[in-house]
Design a protein. Structure first.
Length: 174
């Protein structure tokens, strides 16, 4: 079983890669500077240290879990930012002096998170694949190397995951 020191060492070794994942998550959410990638990364580290249960022996599992933690942190941040009691229903208007940024809808992010959680309950390996591909930004070749399988196997699993996610996402909307 991996202890906190070993997880801390793995976290330190993968720090730059995890920081890039955090940066992508913030860009994807349309964050306007409320949080930095470093803040998300350090908050994820604290949550990883508090993680009960079995250790994450493989690098791919560790990265997938860390990206899932960061995804949930970003969803929580968007949810808080848009909360009505904090004025999330009101928009302050001003003349834009820069190109518009993408803005994530909290409801859509929550639905996506729920769909991935549903997929995880059905097939944890496919949910991990989604985390590695979509949130970590790994290519099929990199994921295949992490898992020790062929690239074609990963492509087939990706297609299955997309179909199951689409179904879960549509079920959540209805």
């Amino acid at each position: 079983m991996e202890n906190n020191e070993t997880q801390g060492a793995r976290f330190a070794m993968l720090y730059m890669e995890l920081r890039q994942i955090a940066q992508r998550e913030l860009q994807r959410s349309g964050d306007n500077g409320a949080l930095s990638p470093t803040t998300i990364l350090h908050e994820a580290y604290l949550r990883l240290q508090q993680r009960p249960g079995a250790a994450l022996p493989a690098q791919g599992e560790f990265l997938a879990y860390a990206s899932r933690v960061m995804r949930n942190l970003v969803i929580d941040m968007v949810r808080r930012r848009q909360a009505i009691k904090r004025g999330g229903g009101f928009e302050i208007t001003s003349l834009p002096n820069s190109p518009p940024e993408l803005s994530a809808d909290a409801a859509e992010l929550e639905s996506l998170g729920s769909a991935i959680d549903t997929l995880s309950a059905h097939d944890p390996a496919l949910a991990e694949l989604v985390d590695l591909k979509f949130f970590c930004g790994f290519s099929f070749v990199e994921i295949a190397n992490l898992r020790g399988v062929s690239e074609r196997t990963i492509q087939r699993d990706w297609e299955k995951a997309r179909i199951l996610l689409r179904t879960a996402f549509e079920d959540l909307k209805t």
